[in-house]
Ligand binder design. Structure first.
Ligand code: CAA
Length: 258
């Protein structure tokens, strides 16, 4: 029996950890792995018990990009039939916060997967990069757009045009990673942050993610209007009443997601 390409773990209540599991190929994103990731992300979005998703790999690789062996002989029509853009969109559409726990290589599609997550916890020595240009192609999972947005045009163009790698420490310093931590603490730190978020009001968390991400594609004034509407909407939730009552009564809040 072959090992599943994606392992589903529950390291803490409310936290769903999806572990890419193709160690023999440095977690290269085969079509099977991409489809499984989409299926598990949709499942997590639909499950009220899941508050936060963590995507992790192993100590050698988060993911070394698209599976080159799977597409080396593909034609344009074959590439179109793969429908990869739809899979990326589905992965990015998770309604719960998604944290990437990056150890080892995060290259090509692996770097793009980290870029579409809401937070990135990187090992100091992780190796990020968009090496597509070195194999005669360009990124296809958002690298040309999200890397520029994450670290700025001139730094991004250096990495996009040369395919050079950068470390997790550099990723943090440039604003791609939320934190850079020692290698052996990456998964634990990602789960710790996930637990922190899992204890908050899921309604407020969901609105926050929705407004912040939608706002990135909107003019400032439209984003601010969206923010105000979402804030006002939260005043119809029990969680808002509980959160503010707990503050006034000097006790920890107990959010029920209502
Ligand atoms: N696709 C398919 N197989 C891959 C792979 C990939 N992206 N990355 C690694 N592997 C395989 C290797 O072929 C090798 O398999 P075999 O043992 O059968 O030979 C195995 O994983 C281990 O790889 P290495 O021996 O190369 O391991 P290493 O530790 O010496 O190097 C690495 C690791 C730097 C990640 C190197 O494997 C590498 O450069 N990989 C390719 C990275 C890359 O170019 N990614 C971009 C892909 S294109 C993309 O993502 C964008 C898009 O879709 C448009």
């Amino acid at each position: 029996m072959t090992a599943p390409v994606l392992l589903v773990e529950e390291p803490a209540p409310g936290v769903r950890l999806l572990r890419l599991n193709r160690p023999e190929a440095r977690n290269a994103l085969s079509m099977a792995l991409r489809r499984e990731l989409v299926r598990c992300i949709a499942q997590a979005s639909d499950d009220a018990a899941v508050r936060v998703v963590v995507i992790a790999g192993n100590e050698r690789a988060f993911a070394a990009g698209a599976d080159i062996k799977e597409m080396a002989n593909a034609s344009t029509v074959d590439m179109m039939a793969r429908g990869v853009l739809g899979l990326w969109r589905a992965t990015a559409s998770c309604t719960k916060p998604v944290i990437a726990a990056v150890r080892g290589y995060a290259l090509g599609g692996g770097c793009e997967l980290a870029l579409l997550c809401d937070m990135v916890i990187a090992s100091e020595t992780a190796r990020f990069g968009q090496p597509e240009i070195r194999i005669g192609i360009i990124p296809g999972g958002g690298g040309t757009q999200r890397l520029v947005a994450a670290i700025g045009k001139h730094r991004a163009m250096k990495y996009l045009l040369t395919g050079a790698m950068f470390s997790g420490r550099e990723a943090f310093e440039m604003g791609l990673a939320s934190e850079a931590v020692p290698d052996d603490q990456v998964d634990a730190r990602a789960v710790e942050l996930a637990c922190e978020i899992a204890a908050l009001s899921p309604l407020a968390v969901q609105q926050l993610k929705d407004v912040a991400l939608r706002g990135m594609d909107l003019p400032l004034d439209a984003g601010l209007a969206l923010e105000t509407k979402a804030l006002h909407l939260l005043f119809s939730t029990e969680d808002q009443k509980e959160g503010m009552a707990a503050f006034i009564e000097k006790r920890p809040p107990k959010f029920e997601g209502r």
